[in-house]
Design a protein around this ligand. Structure first.
Ligand code: AVJ
Length: 323
């Protein structure tokens, strides 16, 4: 009974958000809705694409430098719980979790994810990989679930926000978000954030336009999801996946371009009209300079403790501490 109500509410929020975006000019859809079961699967596939360097870079950082990262954190704080925002499959964070577990067996790991499916997988899988680890999965929005973790446990917190998930916010949103995270934390608490760095613009563009077309499928899947969950009739073939990267702003934006004049019906009552070549903006993935990253730390009330880079200097995990 409770489950049925919950899933109905999600659909309603999805409907409202989708309608708001599609009625706007220019049209947009929120990228958090990419991640239904098929979307999770496609993102897993993206992470295995040669062009999608982000995962490999951050994996290298966590594999090689987790002992350093853990020691740096333990230098100031010994008894904390770990909250991972957008935990995904934990394939990177597991290296750090193992190092933390070696130093303190009593902490609780709170993986947070927007996808129920992902949380179920973690709760089943992770105990097999780190035996004895306390896990408490939280399915929902980042800030709400961070508050939930604080409500469940009064311990000091290490918050992980990896994988360049922060890239899905524009500059203002990312500052507002870091400030909000800060208000949920106490002086001394830590935050480890993964930022994708500015680099050869072609390398960045290719990462969002892989040859196999997985990212294309991922982008188009959003329309498929609207078709099934919101009873719409998007003709998928009428839309083109089109990413652009602006090396000045560091913004990589993905669009779905309507390749003809068309009408789409959503639910029982709504009709959305598209002109030929009208766009739907579906995702932003921001790339940063170190100066910009340090600026965000300062503006949102954190002190920079250390930068952990991959060997190509393409990606950075920064450790911040609450002032
Ligand atoms: C999971 C948000 C980090 O923006 O790079 C990958 C999602 N979109 N390819 C990113 C994504 C298209 C990804 N993040």
């Amino acid at each position: 009974m409770e489950l049925a109500t919950a899933s109905k509410n999600t659909t309603t929020k999805f409907y409202k958000d989708a309608m708001k975006g599609l009625r706007s000019n220019p049209k947009y859809l929120n990228s958090k809705y990419f991640y239904d079961e098929r979307g999770d699967e496609l993102f897993q596939q993206i992470m295995r694409c040669d062009e999608y360097y982000l995962t490999n870079c951050e994996m290298e950082i966590l594999k090689m430098q987790s002992p350093d990262i853990a020691s740096t954190i333990f230098a100031s704080e010994k008894n904390f719980d770990v909250v991972e925002l957008g935990a995904g499959d934990c394939s990177k964070s597991i290296y750090l979790l193992r190092q933390i577990f070696r130093r303190n067996k009593n902490f609780t790991f709170f993986p947070v994810d927007i996808s129920t499916h992902v949380i179920d997988l973690i709760e089943e899988d992770l105990p097999k990989k780190v035996r004895g680890l306390n896990i408490h999965g939280l399915n929902g929005e980042y800030i709400e679930m961070l508050k939930q973790a604080n409500y469940i446990s009064a311990k000091r917190k290490l918050v992980l926000f990896m994988g360049s998930n922060i890239g899905n916010m524009n500059h203002e949103q990312s500052i507002a978000f870091c400030k909000e995270v800060r208000t949920c934390l106490q002086p001394g608490d830590c935050l480890l954030i993964g930022f994708d760095l500015k680099k050869d613009p072609q390398i960045i563009l290719n990462a969002y336009n892989d040859k196999q077309g997985v990212t294309r499928e991922f982008n188009l899947n959003l329309l498929r999801r609207i078709n099934t969950e919101l009873n719409a009739d998007f003709v998928i073939e009428n839309f083109k996946h089109f990413p652009v990267y602006n090396p000045e702003s560091g913004e990589c934006k993905s669009y779905l371009v309507s390749m003809c004049k068309q009408k789409v019906s959503i639910g029982d009552t709504e009709i959305i009209e598209f002109d030929e070549y009208e766009t739907i903006h579906t995702e932003i993935s921001v790339k940063y300079s170190i100066e910009q990253i340090n600026g965000i730390a300062h503006l949102s009330g954190f002190e920079t403790i250390e930068h952990f880079y991959d060997s190509k200097d393409w990606f950075v995990d920064v450790l911040w501490q609450c002032r």
